[in-house]
Design a protein around this ligand. Structure first.
Ligand code: PLP
Length: 378
């Protein structure tokens, strides 16, 4: 034996206020749920909880889709699950790019052997429906439209209903990223006829990271069943995962579900149902108004035009001459407050202040306004 035991003791994290692009503050009630006894993942008590989780997720997504469940993995795994199942080699996919996450969709299409058609909009703006319509006119053989509903990298929200209607008119399926919108602003899967959508546990659902709720329409399932080539990923192949999440009465082993994190998601979704999803949307909107009022009072302005702005992700433009990293370090060290930095071309130019889930509270807004007023020079 040459490696001796390291003298490291238990990790005690600091108590932060999380107002970045995710994770958001996790209520103690959810952490308590996760500390309950671990049971077997094929235990009937556990599978009953899985069924309840599916029912609760249908409420969150506003859908009757049977195939609605949490993928074991972060939002990025939910994203890959949608793309690897729906995109077959040679499929033409129109991808809307107006930020970091649209870029990841593009990357997914390429890796699945799809033929991407990129529709680009400026970072900080919503997807332009007229450009999508034009892309379908030049590519009538496009099989899928992929777009990000709520671009967390910029704080812009796109008109999902309008985009999905264009896809439907041209006989294409839709894949929608609603990682940051689910639970924060309306996500109406059935009303909008979205075919595949993925989200994340750690944004407006206020659970810990690591689970990705997904939902698939019957049309999407038909496309997966009609594939000529097998899904390249064994782990994410819906045909196999289905036996685990939907094997009525006789579930078969696929992978060991993350038992305790799923208790947490179940609790988060119970809390959403108790609050009422319309009330959750209204709370995010109201907290955004309060934060905006305070920030504008300090002379700060927003990156995204008002009508395209996400209430749960506020991109504010940094005044000239501000040391971005030093200010955020002060927020963290003096106020235990985490906010997000700008990404890509927006690095050093904006701050991203999240009001997601439990973080969309009066207390957090007050903490943030006080802290920002202290670190920014008058
Ligand atoms: C956070 C986020 C993701 C990725 O989720 P992870 O859990 O970090 O993998 C994808 N899309 C959007 C819009 C996000 O905000």
């Amino acid at each position: 034996m040459s490696v001796t035991a390291p003298a490291i003791s238990s990790f005690l994290p600091p108590q932060r206020t999380l107002m970045g692009p995710g994770p958001s503050d996790v209520p103690q009630r959810i952490l308590d749920a996760m500390a309950r006894p671990t049971i077997g993942h094929l235990d009937p008590a556990f599978t009953d909880m899985m069924e309840q989780t599916k029912t609760l997720l249908r409420y969150a997504f506003q859908t009757a889709n049977k195939l609605t469940f949490p993928v074991s993995g972060p939002g990025s795994v939910g994203m890959e699950t949608c793309f690897v199942n729906l995109v077959e080699p040679g499929d033409k996919v129109i991808v809307c790019g107006n930020g970091v996450f649209g870029g990841r969709m593009l990357e997914n299409v390429k890796r699945c052997g799809g033929v991407p058609v990129l529709v680009e909009d400026a970072w900080g703006r919503a997807v332009d429906a007229a450009k999508v319509e034009a892309a379908f006119a030049s590519h009538p053989d496009a099989k899928i439209l992929a777009f990000v509903h709520a671009e967390t990298s910029t704080g812009a929200q796109s008109d999902a209903a309008a985009l999905a209607a264009i896809a439907r008119k041209h006989g294409a399926l839709t894949i929608m990223d609603c990682v940051t919108s689910l639970g924060g602003t309306p996500v109406l899967i059935d009303d909008w006829s979205i075919d595949a959508a993925y989200s994340g546990s750690q944004k407006c659902l206020s659970c810990t990271p690591g689970l990705s709720p997904v939902t698939f329409s019957e049309r999407a399932i038909e496309k997966v069943r009609a594939r000529k080539t097998p899904v390249q990923s064994w782990f994410m192949d819906l045909n196999l995962v289905l036996g685990y999440w939907s094997g009525e009465g006789k579930r078969t082993y696929h992978h060991t579900a993350p038992i305790n994190p799923l208790y947490g998601l179940h609790e988060a979704l119970v809390m959403l149902a108790e609050e009422g999803i319309e009330n959750a949307w209204a709370r995010h909107r109201a907290m955004h108004e309060e934060l905006k009022h305070g920030l504008e009072g300090m002379g700060l302005s927003f990156l995204v035009p008002a009508e395209e702005r996400l209430p749960q992700l506020n991109s504010v433009i940094l005044p000239e001459g501000i040391d971005d990293a030093a200010c955020r370090a002060r927020l963290l060290n003096e106020f235990n407050l985490e906010i997000g930095a700008g990404l890509g071309a927006l690095a050093g130019k904006i701050w991203r202040i999240g009001l997601m889930g439990a973080s969309a509270s009066r207390k957090n807004v007050a903490t943030c306004l006080k802290a920002v007023a202290t670190v920014l020079p008058a």
